[in-house]
Design a protein around this ligand. Structure first.
Ligand SMILES: Cc1cc2nc3c(=O)[nH]c(=O)nc-3n(C[C@H](O)[C@H](O)[C@H](O)COP(=O)(O)OP(=O)(O)OC[C@H]3O[C@@H](n4cnc5c(N)ncnc54)[C@H](O)[C@@H]3O)c2cc1C
Length: 468
Protein backbone atom coordinates (compact mmCIF):
# COMPACT_ATOMS: atom_id res chain seq x y z
CA UNK A 1 0.00 0.00 0.00
CA UNK A 2 1.21 3.50 -0.81
CA UNK A 3 0.94 5.92 2.14
CA UNK A 4 0.84 9.74 2.02
CA UNK A 5 3.64 9.82 4.60
CA UNK A 6 6.25 7.49 6.04
CA UNK A 7 5.67 8.91 9.50
CA UNK A 8 2.81 10.85 11.13
CA UNK A 9 3.36 12.40 14.55
CA UNK A 10 0.45 13.49 16.75
CA UNK A 11 1.51 16.07 19.35
CA UNK A 12 4.69 18.11 19.03
CA UNK A 13 6.04 18.36 22.57
CA UNK A 14 9.52 17.00 23.40
CA UNK A 15 8.60 13.44 22.34
CA UNK A 16 6.91 14.41 19.07
CA UNK A 17 9.59 16.96 18.22
CA UNK A 18 12.35 14.38 18.67
CA UNK A 19 10.53 11.93 16.37
CA UNK A 20 9.58 14.38 13.65
CA UNK A 21 12.86 16.29 13.48
CA UNK A 22 15.01 13.13 13.47
CA UNK A 23 12.76 11.34 10.98
CA UNK A 24 12.75 14.30 8.57
CA UNK A 25 16.56 14.58 8.89
CA UNK A 26 16.75 10.89 7.93
CA UNK A 27 14.94 11.74 4.69
CA UNK A 28 11.56 10.28 5.62
CA UNK A 29 8.32 12.02 4.60
CA UNK A 30 6.89 13.33 7.88
CA UNK A 31 3.53 14.82 8.86
CA UNK A 32 3.48 16.64 12.22
CA UNK A 33 0.15 17.54 13.85
CA UNK A 34 -0.11 19.86 16.85
CA UNK A 35 -3.37 21.34 18.11
CA UNK A 36 -1.79 24.12 20.21
CA UNK A 37 1.83 25.25 19.91
CA UNK A 38 5.14 23.72 18.87
CA UNK A 39 7.13 22.56 21.88
CA UNK A 40 4.10 21.17 23.71
CA UNK A 41 3.57 21.47 27.44
CA UNK A 42 7.31 21.64 28.03
CA UNK A 43 7.97 24.78 26.01
CA UNK A 44 4.71 26.65 26.54
CA UNK A 45 3.32 25.84 29.98
CA UNK A 46 5.88 23.57 31.67
CA UNK A 47 9.65 23.21 32.02
CA UNK A 48 10.71 26.33 30.12
CA UNK A 49 8.42 29.05 31.56
CA UNK A 50 8.72 27.59 35.07
CA UNK A 51 12.52 27.71 34.90
CA UNK A 52 12.42 31.23 33.46
CA UNK A 53 10.25 32.32 36.40
CA UNK A 54 12.55 30.59 38.88
CA UNK A 55 15.55 32.37 37.37
CA UNK A 56 13.85 35.77 37.80
CA UNK A 57 12.95 34.83 41.35
CA UNK A 58 16.53 33.76 42.01
CA UNK A 59 17.91 37.07 40.77
CA UNK A 60 15.48 39.04 42.94
CA UNK A 61 16.36 36.84 45.90
CA UNK A 62 20.06 37.53 45.32
CA UNK A 63 19.42 41.27 45.30
CA UNK A 64 17.77 40.83 48.70
CA UNK A 65 20.97 39.12 49.88
CA UNK A 66 23.37 41.85 48.74
CA UNK A 67 23.79 43.09 52.30
CA UNK A 68 24.85 39.58 53.36
CA UNK A 69 27.70 39.80 50.84
CA UNK A 70 28.63 43.28 52.14
CA UNK A 71 27.82 44.76 48.74
CA UNK A 72 24.82 46.98 49.35
CA UNK A 73 21.75 47.39 51.47
CA UNK A 74 18.88 47.59 49.01
CA UNK A 75 15.33 46.32 48.84
CA UNK A 76 14.70 44.17 45.76
CA UNK A 77 12.36 46.04 43.41
CA UNK A 78 8.94 44.60 42.56
CA UNK A 79 9.08 42.54 39.36
CA UNK A 80 7.90 44.43 36.30
CA UNK A 81 5.65 42.35 34.01
CA UNK A 82 7.49 39.04 34.56
CA UNK A 83 5.00 36.95 32.58
CA UNK A 84 5.15 39.25 29.57
CA UNK A 85 8.92 38.89 29.51
CA UNK A 86 8.69 35.09 29.65
CA UNK A 87 6.07 35.08 26.88
CA UNK A 88 8.44 37.22 24.77
CA UNK A 89 11.25 34.72 25.23
CA UNK A 90 9.01 31.80 24.33
CA UNK A 91 7.76 33.63 21.24
CA UNK A 92 11.37 34.30 20.20
CA UNK A 93 12.31 30.61 20.64
CA UNK A 94 9.23 29.51 18.67
CA UNK A 95 9.73 31.95 15.80
CA UNK A 96 13.50 31.95 15.47
CA UNK A 97 14.58 28.52 16.68
CA UNK A 98 11.89 25.82 16.84
CA UNK A 99 10.13 26.57 13.56
CA UNK A 100 13.46 26.31 11.71
CA UNK A 101 13.87 22.73 12.88
CA UNK A 102 10.56 21.80 11.23
CA UNK A 103 11.48 23.02 7.75
CA UNK A 104 11.41 19.46 6.35
CA UNK A 105 8.19 18.46 8.17
CA UNK A 106 4.68 18.93 6.75
CA UNK A 107 3.09 20.80 9.63
CA UNK A 108 -0.59 20.95 10.57
CA UNK A 109 -0.48 23.48 13.38
CA UNK A 110 -3.52 24.80 15.23
CA UNK A 111 -6.00 23.09 12.91
CA UNK A 112 -7.58 21.12 15.74
CA UNK A 113 -7.07 17.79 17.44
CA UNK A 114 -6.00 14.80 15.41
CA UNK A 115 -8.05 11.62 15.56
CA UNK A 116 -7.69 8.16 14.10
CA UNK A 117 -9.98 7.09 11.27
CA UNK A 118 -8.38 3.65 11.01
CA UNK A 119 -4.98 2.21 12.06
CA UNK A 120 -3.11 4.02 9.26
CA UNK A 121 -5.29 7.12 8.75
CA UNK A 122 -5.34 10.31 10.81
CA UNK A 123 -7.85 13.11 10.42
CA UNK A 124 -7.35 16.74 11.45
CA UNK A 125 -9.45 19.76 10.61
CA UNK A 126 -11.58 17.71 8.22
CA UNK A 127 -8.62 16.46 6.14
CA UNK A 128 -7.19 12.95 6.32
CA UNK A 129 -3.71 11.57 5.70
CA UNK A 130 -2.28 8.07 5.76
CA UNK A 131 1.08 7.02 7.19
CA UNK A 132 3.05 3.81 7.45
CA UNK A 133 4.10 4.45 11.06
CA UNK A 134 2.28 6.71 13.51
CA UNK A 135 3.68 8.18 16.73
CA UNK A 136 1.18 9.26 19.38
CA UNK A 137 2.95 11.85 21.55
CA UNK A 138 0.00 13.62 23.17
CA UNK A 139 1.40 14.15 26.69
CA UNK A 140 -0.82 14.86 29.69
CA UNK A 141 -2.92 17.66 31.19
CA UNK A 142 -3.25 18.88 34.80
CA UNK A 143 -5.30 16.59 37.06
CA UNK A 144 -8.12 18.29 38.93
CA UNK A 145 -8.98 16.60 42.24
CA UNK A 146 -12.62 16.21 43.35
CA UNK A 147 -12.56 18.91 46.05
CA UNK A 148 -15.87 20.39 47.17
CA UNK A 149 -16.32 23.91 45.84
CA UNK A 150 -13.35 23.81 43.46
CA UNK A 151 -15.56 24.23 40.42
CA UNK A 152 -16.92 27.48 41.85
CA UNK A 153 -13.55 29.27 42.13
CA UNK A 154 -11.27 30.40 39.35
CA UNK A 155 -8.26 28.25 40.15
CA UNK A 156 -4.94 28.24 38.27
CA UNK A 157 -3.09 25.28 36.79
CA UNK A 158 0.21 25.14 34.91
CA UNK A 159 -1.84 25.87 31.77
CA UNK A 160 -2.94 29.28 33.09
CA UNK A 161 -0.47 30.45 35.72
CA UNK A 162 2.07 31.80 33.22
CA UNK A 163 -0.69 33.93 31.72
CA UNK A 164 -1.15 35.98 34.92
CA UNK A 165 -0.73 39.72 34.52
CA UNK A 166 1.13 40.30 37.79
CA UNK A 167 2.57 38.49 40.78
CA UNK A 168 -0.33 37.85 43.19
CA UNK A 169 -0.18 39.16 46.73
CA UNK A 170 -0.98 35.73 48.09
CA UNK A 171 -1.02 32.25 46.58
CA UNK A 172 -2.39 28.99 47.93
CA UNK A 173 -0.91 25.89 46.32
CA UNK A 174 -2.56 22.47 46.48
CA UNK A 175 0.24 19.97 45.85
CA UNK A 176 3.74 19.43 47.24
CA UNK A 177 5.37 17.77 44.21
CA UNK A 178 7.88 19.31 41.82
CA UNK A 179 5.49 21.83 40.25
CA UNK A 180 4.03 22.90 43.61
CA UNK A 181 7.48 23.34 45.16
CA UNK A 182 9.03 25.19 42.21
CA UNK A 183 6.09 27.57 41.91
CA UNK A 184 6.01 28.11 45.69
CA UNK A 185 9.60 29.28 45.78
CA UNK A 186 9.35 31.31 42.57
CA UNK A 187 6.24 33.22 43.69
CA UNK A 188 7.51 33.69 47.26
CA UNK A 189 10.75 35.16 46.01
CA UNK A 190 8.85 37.41 43.63
CA UNK A 191 6.81 38.79 46.51
CA UNK A 192 3.73 36.59 47.10
CA UNK A 193 2.74 35.15 50.45
CA UNK A 194 2.70 31.43 49.69
CA UNK A 195 1.07 28.48 51.46
CA UNK A 196 1.38 24.86 50.32
CA UNK A 197 -1.28 22.40 51.45
CA UNK A 198 -1.00 18.77 50.40
CA UNK A 199 -1.89 15.19 51.29
CA UNK A 200 1.55 13.59 51.57
CA UNK A 201 3.56 13.54 54.81
CA UNK A 202 6.40 15.54 53.18
CA UNK A 203 7.29 17.51 50.08
CA UNK A 204 8.48 15.71 46.92
CA UNK A 205 7.00 12.38 48.07
CA UNK A 206 8.33 10.37 45.10
CA UNK A 207 11.99 11.13 45.98
CA UNK A 208 14.05 10.19 49.03
CA UNK A 209 12.01 11.65 51.85
CA UNK A 210 14.80 13.45 53.68
CA UNK A 211 15.27 15.64 50.59
CA UNK A 212 11.69 16.88 50.93
CA UNK A 213 12.25 17.56 54.62
CA UNK A 214 15.38 19.57 53.90
CA UNK A 215 13.54 21.59 51.30
CA UNK A 216 10.76 22.23 53.79
CA UNK A 217 13.29 23.72 56.23
CA UNK A 218 14.59 26.09 53.56
CA UNK A 219 11.02 27.00 52.59
CA UNK A 220 10.28 27.76 56.25
CA UNK A 221 13.27 30.15 56.38
CA UNK A 222 12.02 31.90 53.25
CA UNK A 223 8.54 32.33 54.70
CA UNK A 224 6.69 29.66 52.70
CA UNK A 225 4.12 27.95 54.90
CA UNK A 226 3.92 24.18 54.32
CA UNK A 227 1.06 22.04 55.64
CA UNK A 228 1.77 18.35 55.07
CA UNK A 229 -0.69 15.47 55.41
CA UNK A 230 -3.75 17.66 54.97
CA UNK A 231 -6.93 16.64 53.24
CA UNK A 232 -8.99 19.51 51.85
CA UNK A 233 -12.56 19.79 53.03
CA UNK A 234 -13.65 22.53 50.68
CA UNK A 235 -12.64 25.66 48.83
CA UNK A 236 -14.85 28.67 48.24
CA UNK A 237 -14.76 32.22 46.99
CA UNK A 238 -15.65 35.09 49.35
CA UNK A 239 -15.68 38.27 47.24
CA UNK A 240 -12.14 38.53 45.84
CA UNK A 241 -10.68 36.02 48.29
CA UNK A 242 -10.36 32.25 47.92
CA UNK A 243 -10.71 30.25 51.12
CA UNK A 244 -9.48 26.71 51.70
CA UNK A 245 -10.49 24.60 54.65
CA UNK A 246 -8.43 21.55 55.64
CA UNK A 247 -9.56 18.39 57.42
CA UNK A 248 -7.43 19.60 60.38
CA UNK A 249 -9.73 22.60 60.78
CA UNK A 250 -7.34 25.23 59.37
CA UNK A 251 -8.76 27.95 57.15
CA UNK A 252 -6.46 29.63 54.63
CA UNK A 253 -7.17 32.68 52.48
CA UNK A 254 -5.43 33.94 49.38
CA UNK A 255 -6.24 35.86 46.25
CA UNK A 256 -5.10 33.02 43.96
CA UNK A 257 -5.15 29.23 44.10
CA UNK A 258 -2.86 26.92 42.11
CA UNK A 259 -3.85 23.28 41.66
CA UNK A 260 -0.73 21.14 41.11
CA UNK A 261 -1.69 17.63 42.21
CA UNK A 262 -0.46 15.56 39.28
CA UNK A 263 -1.40 14.80 35.69
CA UNK A 264 -4.23 13.14 33.83
CA UNK A 265 -4.49 11.62 30.36
CA UNK A 266 -6.58 13.31 27.73
CA UNK A 267 -7.27 10.91 24.88
CA UNK A 268 -10.75 12.35 24.21
CA UNK A 269 -11.35 12.69 20.52
CA UNK A 270 -8.20 10.75 19.49
CA UNK A 271 -10.36 7.72 18.74
CA UNK A 272 -7.61 5.30 19.75
CA UNK A 273 -10.18 2.50 19.44
CA UNK A 274 -10.27 2.93 15.65
CA UNK A 275 -6.52 2.29 15.59
CA UNK A 276 -6.65 -0.70 17.95
CA UNK A 277 -4.50 1.14 20.51
CA UNK A 278 -5.12 -0.05 24.07
CA UNK A 279 -4.97 2.38 26.99
CA UNK A 280 -6.01 2.41 30.61
CA UNK A 281 -5.63 4.37 33.84
CA UNK A 282 -1.83 4.25 33.44
CA UNK A 283 -1.91 5.78 29.95
CA UNK A 284 -1.31 4.18 26.55
CA UNK A 285 0.04 0.64 26.93
CA UNK A 286 3.48 0.17 25.35
CA UNK A 287 6.01 -2.66 25.16
CA UNK A 288 9.72 -2.20 25.79
CA UNK A 289 10.15 -0.90 22.21
CA UNK A 290 7.45 1.73 22.83
CA UNK A 291 5.06 -0.01 20.43
CA UNK A 292 1.37 0.09 21.29
CA UNK A 293 -1.06 -2.81 20.85
CA UNK A 294 -1.03 -1.81 17.15
CA UNK A 295 2.64 -2.55 16.42
CA UNK A 296 3.08 0.14 13.74
CA UNK A 297 1.86 2.79 16.22
CA UNK A 298 4.30 4.00 18.88
CA UNK A 299 3.53 6.08 22.00
CA UNK A 300 6.63 7.78 23.45
CA UNK A 301 6.53 10.47 26.15
CA UNK A 302 4.26 11.27 29.08
CA UNK A 303 1.19 9.69 27.46
CA UNK A 304 2.47 6.17 28.21
CA UNK A 305 2.75 6.90 31.94
CA UNK A 306 6.29 5.57 32.50
CA UNK A 307 8.04 8.87 33.28
CA UNK A 308 6.98 12.48 33.22
CA UNK A 309 10.05 14.43 32.24
CA UNK A 310 10.94 16.36 29.11
CA UNK A 311 14.28 14.59 28.70
CA UNK A 312 12.61 11.17 29.10
CA UNK A 313 10.03 12.15 26.48
CA UNK A 314 12.74 13.25 24.01
CA UNK A 315 14.75 10.10 24.70
CA UNK A 316 11.72 7.87 24.21
CA UNK A 317 10.93 9.69 20.96
CA UNK A 318 14.43 8.89 19.72
CA UNK A 319 14.27 5.24 20.88
CA UNK A 320 10.82 4.72 19.34
CA UNK A 321 12.01 6.07 15.98
CA UNK A 322 15.16 3.94 16.11
CA UNK A 323 12.97 0.89 16.72
CA UNK A 324 10.73 1.84 13.81
CA UNK A 325 13.70 2.19 11.47
CA UNK A 326 16.05 -0.59 12.66
CA UNK A 327 15.89 -3.88 10.76
CA UNK A 328 15.21 -6.98 12.88
CA UNK A 329 16.81 -8.30 15.04
CA UNK A 330 18.06 -4.88 16.21
CA UNK A 331 15.87 -3.69 19.08
CA UNK A 332 16.18 -0.87 21.58
CA UNK A 333 14.62 -1.39 25.01
CA UNK A 334 13.78 2.03 26.43
CA UNK A 335 13.68 0.69 29.99
CA UNK A 336 17.41 -0.01 29.92
CA UNK A 337 18.27 3.66 30.17
CA UNK A 338 18.45 5.42 33.52
CA UNK A 339 16.31 8.52 34.04
CA UNK A 340 17.82 11.21 36.23
CA UNK A 341 15.50 13.97 37.42
CA UNK A 342 15.82 17.35 39.08
CA UNK A 343 13.53 19.72 40.93
CA UNK A 344 14.82 23.22 40.22
CA UNK A 345 14.21 24.80 43.60
CA UNK A 346 17.05 26.27 45.59
CA UNK A 347 18.54 24.02 46.81
CA UNK A 348 17.95 21.79 43.81
CA UNK A 349 16.89 18.21 44.45
CA UNK A 350 18.10 15.56 42.01
CA UNK A 351 18.00 11.80 41.87
CA UNK A 352 19.10 8.92 39.65
CA UNK A 353 18.84 5.16 40.08
CA UNK A 354 17.30 3.36 43.03
CA UNK A 355 15.58 5.13 45.92
CA UNK A 356 16.76 4.16 49.39
CA UNK A 357 13.33 2.81 50.37
CA UNK A 358 13.30 0.53 47.30
CA UNK A 359 16.70 -0.92 48.21
CA UNK A 360 15.38 -1.57 51.72
CA UNK A 361 12.15 -3.09 50.44
CA UNK A 362 14.11 -5.44 48.16
CA UNK A 363 16.66 -6.38 50.86
CA UNK A 364 19.55 -5.11 48.75
CA UNK A 365 22.63 -4.66 50.96
CA UNK A 366 24.03 -1.17 50.47
CA UNK A 367 26.15 1.44 52.16
CA UNK A 368 25.23 5.13 52.39
CA UNK A 369 28.16 7.30 51.37
CA UNK A 370 27.52 10.98 51.85
CA UNK A 371 29.35 14.28 51.66
CA UNK A 372 27.83 17.47 52.90
CA UNK A 373 28.07 20.89 51.27
CA UNK A 374 28.60 22.26 54.80
CA UNK A 375 31.98 20.44 54.92
CA UNK A 376 33.18 21.77 51.56
CA UNK A 377 35.23 24.94 51.76
CA UNK A 378 34.15 26.24 48.37
CA UNK A 379 30.46 25.88 49.23
CA UNK A 380 30.98 27.59 52.60
CA UNK A 381 32.94 30.47 51.08
CA UNK A 382 30.32 30.96 48.38
CA UNK A 383 27.46 30.93 50.91
CA UNK A 384 25.76 27.87 49.43
CA UNK A 385 26.56 25.27 52.08
CA UNK A 386 23.15 23.57 52.13
CA UNK A 387 22.54 19.93 51.26
CA UNK A 388 24.60 16.86 50.47
CA UNK A 389 25.56 14.33 47.82
CA UNK A 390 24.53 10.86 48.88
CA UNK A 391 25.21 7.60 47.06
CA UNK A 392 23.85 4.14 47.80
CA UNK A 393 26.70 1.78 47.02
CA UNK A 394 27.12 -2.01 47.03
CA UNK A 395 30.07 -3.84 48.59
CA UNK A 396 32.14 -4.06 45.44
CA UNK A 397 31.50 -0.43 44.52
CA UNK A 398 28.38 -0.82 42.41
CA UNK A 399 26.35 2.41 42.48
CA UNK A 400 22.64 1.73 42.97
CA UNK A 401 21.31 5.23 43.32
CA UNK A 402 22.28 8.81 44.10
CA UNK A 403 20.37 11.72 45.53
CA UNK A 404 21.75 15.23 45.61
CA UNK A 405 20.28 18.20 47.41
CA UNK A 406 22.17 21.41 46.83
CA UNK A 407 23.69 23.88 44.42
CA UNK A 408 24.28 22.40 40.98
CA UNK A 409 22.48 19.12 41.76
CA UNK A 410 20.81 19.07 38.33
CA UNK A 411 24.18 19.22 36.58
CA UNK A 412 25.99 16.86 38.94
CA UNK A 413 23.40 14.10 38.72
CA UNK A 414 24.22 13.44 35.05
CA UNK A 415 27.71 12.15 35.82
CA UNK A 416 26.19 9.67 38.27
CA UNK A 417 23.63 8.71 35.62
CA UNK A 418 26.43 7.93 33.18
CA UNK A 419 28.17 5.81 35.81
CA UNK A 420 25.02 3.86 36.73
CA UNK A 421 23.93 3.32 33.13
CA UNK A 422 27.36 1.98 32.21
CA UNK A 423 27.74 0.01 35.43
CA UNK A 424 30.90 1.87 36.37
CA UNK A 425 32.09 1.12 39.89
CA UNK A 426 32.51 4.06 42.23
CA UNK A 427 36.33 3.93 42.20
CA UNK A 428 36.19 4.94 38.51
CA UNK A 429 34.79 8.26 39.69
CA UNK A 430 37.54 8.56 42.28
CA UNK A 431 40.30 8.32 39.69
CA UNK A 432 38.66 10.92 37.45
CA UNK A 433 39.98 14.41 38.12
CA UNK A 434 37.18 16.89 38.77
CA UNK A 435 37.86 20.56 38.24
CA UNK A 436 38.17 22.47 41.51
CA UNK A 437 36.37 24.24 43.13
CA UNK A 438 33.29 23.07 41.22
CA UNK A 439 30.38 21.63 43.17
CA UNK A 440 30.84 18.34 41.30
CA UNK A 441 34.09 18.01 43.20
CA UNK A 442 31.77 16.75 45.95
CA UNK A 443 30.98 13.81 43.68
CA UNK A 444 34.64 12.86 43.71
CA UNK A 445 34.70 13.32 47.47
CA UNK A 446 31.86 10.83 47.87
CA UNK A 447 33.89 8.27 45.93
CA UNK A 448 36.96 9.03 48.06
CA UNK A 449 34.86 8.62 51.20
CA UNK A 450 33.77 5.19 49.94
CA UNK A 451 37.41 4.20 49.43
CA UNK A 452 38.38 5.50 52.87
CA UNK A 453 35.61 3.44 54.42
CA UNK A 454 37.19 0.39 52.76
CA UNK A 455 40.57 1.31 54.23
CA UNK A 456 39.10 1.15 57.72
CA UNK A 457 39.14 -2.63 57.45
CA UNK A 458 41.84 -4.02 59.83
CA UNK A 459 42.89 -6.58 57.20
CA UNK A 460 43.54 -3.90 54.61
CA UNK A 461 45.35 -1.73 57.13
CA UNK A 462 47.62 -4.61 58.06
CA UNK A 463 48.26 -5.27 54.38
CA UNK A 464 49.19 -1.63 53.76
CA UNK A 465 51.62 -1.62 56.70
CA UNK A 466 53.16 -4.84 55.49
CA UNK A 467 53.54 -3.48 51.94
CA UNK A 468 54.99 -0.15 53.13
C1 LIG B 1 5.00 23.39 35.34
C2 LIG B 1 5.78 22.22 34.80
C3 LIG B 1 7.16 22.20 34.94
C4 LIG B 1 7.89 21.13 34.44
N1 LIG B 1 9.25 21.14 34.60
C5 LIG B 1 9.98 20.12 34.11
C6 LIG B 1 11.39 20.12 34.24
O1 LIG B 1 11.98 21.03 34.82
N2 LIG B 1 12.09 19.10 33.70
C7 LIG B 1 11.46 18.06 33.05
O2 LIG B 1 12.14 17.16 32.57
N3 LIG B 1 10.12 18.03 32.92
C8 LIG B 1 9.37 19.04 33.44
N4 LIG B 1 8.01 19.01 33.29
C9 LIG B 1 7.38 17.87 32.59
C10 LIG B 1 7.48 18.04 31.08
O3 LIG B 1 6.91 19.27 30.70
C11 LIG B 1 6.78 16.89 30.40
O4 LIG B 1 7.32 15.68 30.87
C12 LIG B 1 6.96 16.94 28.88
O5 LIG B 1 6.40 18.11 28.36
C13 LIG B 1 6.31 15.72 28.22
O6 LIG B 1 6.51 15.78 26.85
P1 LIG B 1 5.51 15.07 25.82
O7 LIG B 1 6.09 15.33 24.47
O8 LIG B 1 5.28 13.67 26.23
O9 LIG B 1 4.11 15.81 26.00
P2 LIG B 1 3.70 17.36 25.96
O10 LIG B 1 4.85 18.26 26.17
O11 LIG B 1 2.56 17.46 26.90
O12 LIG B 1 3.20 17.58 24.48
C14 LIG B 1 2.06 16.95 24.00
C15 LIG B 1 1.50 17.78 22.86
O13 LIG B 1 0.47 17.04 22.21
C16 LIG B 1 -0.55 17.94 21.79
N5 LIG B 1 -1.77 17.16 21.59
C17 LIG B 1 -2.47 16.45 22.51
N6 LIG B 1 -3.49 15.81 21.93
C18 LIG B 1 -3.45 16.13 20.61
C19 LIG B 1 -4.27 15.79 19.50
N7 LIG B 1 -5.30 14.95 19.62
N8 LIG B 1 -3.95 16.33 18.30
C20 LIG B 1 -2.89 17.17 18.16
N9 LIG B 1 -2.09 17.51 19.19
C21 LIG B 1 -2.37 17.00 20.40
C22 LIG B 1 -0.64 18.92 22.94
O14 LIG B 1 -1.21 20.14 22.53
C23 LIG B 1 0.84 19.07 23.33
O15 LIG B 1 1.42 20.16 22.66
C24 LIG B 1 7.24 20.06 33.78
C25 LIG B 1 5.85 20.09 33.62
C26 LIG B 1 5.13 21.14 34.13
C27 LIG B 1 3.64 21.13 33.95
Amino acid sequence: MRYDYDVAVIGLGPAGMAVSIMASEMGLRVLGVERRALGGGCMNVGSIPSKALLRMAHVRHLVGRLAEYALADVEPPAPAKPFERIADHIRFIAEKKTTKMFEKVDLRLGEGSASFVDPHTVSVGGRTATAKRIFVCVGTRPAIPPIAGLESVEYLTNETIFGLEAIPESLLIIGGGAIGCEMAQAFRRLGSRVTIVHLDPHLLPYGDWDAGKLLEEVFGEEGIRVYNARGIRRVARENAVITLQTDHGELFRADHLLVAVGRRYDFDGLNLEAAGVRYGEGGIEVDNRLRTSSPHIYAPGDCNGTYRFSHAAMHQGMIALMNAVAPPPIRFDFRRYVVPWTVFTEPQVAHVGALERDLKANDVPYEVVEESYADYGAAIAEGIAVGSVRAYVGKAGRIYGVRIVGEGAGEMINEWGLAIQNRLRIHKIMVLQHSFPSMSFLTKRVSERWMMNRLESPVLRRLVRWLF
